[in-house]
Ligand binder design. Sequence first.
Ligand code: NDP
Ligand code: 2IT
Length: 448
Amino acid sequence: MALKNAYLKGVYEQLSAKSAHEPEFLQAVLEVLESLEPVVERRPELEKLGIIERLVEPERIIQFRVPWVDDSGKVQVNRGYRIEFNSAIGPYKGGLRLHPSVNLSILKFLGFEQVLKNSLTTLPMGGGKGGSDFDPKGKSDAEVMRFCQSFMTELCRHIGQFTDVPAGDIGVGGREIGYLFGQYKRIRNEFTGVLTGKGLTYGGSLTRTEATGYGVCYFTKEMLAAKGESFQDKRVVISGSGNVAIYANQKATQLGGKVVAMSDSNGYIVDEAGIDFKVIKEIKEVKRDRIKTYLNYVPSAKYVEGCKGIWSVKCDVALPCATQNELDEEGAKALVANGCIAVAEGANMPSTPEAVAVFQAAGILFAPAKAANAGGVAVSGLEMSQNSLRLSWSFEEVDERLHNIMVNIYNAAASAAKEYGMEGNLVAGANIAGFLKVADAMIAQGIV
Ligand code: NDP
Ligand code: 2IT
């Protein structure tokens, strides 16, 4: 779909000229602007107030050098970033990604989507994202610690519990958050909720580890239920085998589904008996090993080199939970041809625009990342609440709040789509519902 509205088209053309070297960022923006056409037509003041121009321009971008010493004594240098995208509805909030592919384009796309996602959670959080091109794979714990300490030595002057609250993303889990928190506390001499995803002994929230994967399944459950369907006896394919994928497996299985395939960046496994999430947890969280070692635990399973082929495994429900643009047109066609009825995005922007078009043309259920994976940041918001209260809630209490939030996000996206004449289009519905709250807050706060 091309943009028809002159205002949105103009904004997008200007942005493309200025950001021609940022393809992922432009991809994320274009999808949102396409959804907002009926909104700007109904509300001409958005143009006069320059709301869309302001929405696509980060409030602040911080880039810095991260020097650290490796185990052989050699100095290494990585590039660190924090994008403080939008603070209209709360302090900047969003994860840190450590992966060799990290660059400004990827972090801007993630930060931009985070603004609307955080709005959908109904919690008071603005949007941000950060990270580095540091590759934690193959590094010792001591190297990861030295990197995190150096990264935080610079980052600490820009963040704070009321300013900007980072968390995990690809390559950043409990270990990294611990090292980052320790260094922040040491430099600033304050114990505050400046990071989320913390360990349970020092202010972390129960259910945060599980939240994104559980949330994806709670959202999918609602989406299926609206069509009289459920996870019961469904074949489920989940790409990735990291934090989001592991707990999506656990919840999909608890809800009656059978997870038959999972992957990492090298290849995928197929286990017709159903993949036990505890085995993946052991391989990935404890051993930090490759998914092909699953065959050492379950010799009857199959391993296939290369990760893209996972979409050719027959399934009813597909949950892409690895990374951006991992599911392309060919993968989408294979899913549809094999009778898949629902796709829900656990990763951020895992489906290419061509893949989304295939799903929409086929009329299958499609849950976009901003809505479907908002459970992680939602529980981060609940961690912030608990830190402020100096209390911690039980697993059941946080899980119940997470469940309610995901049901509400589904309803908000479904009803916004209907209200703006695009019933059933959860991409448009999520973008519109997330946008309206941010836009109204921006308008109320004047030209800032
Ligand atoms: P992890 O680092 O725990 O796991 C990432 C998984 O994705 C690994 O299996 C990894 O394989 C795979 N992967 C990463 N990059 C690539 C690539 N270029 N090609 C193929 N596979 C790849 O990250 P998370 O599970 O936390 O994050 C996964 C996705 O979910 C990301 O898109 C993230 O932004 C999103 N997300 C995460 C949230 C969270 O709370 N953690 C919240 C909302 C969204 P390998 O080990 O081989 O690299
Ligand atoms: O993409 C995401 O929503 C996250 N990585 C989680 C961010 C957070 O602040 O918990």
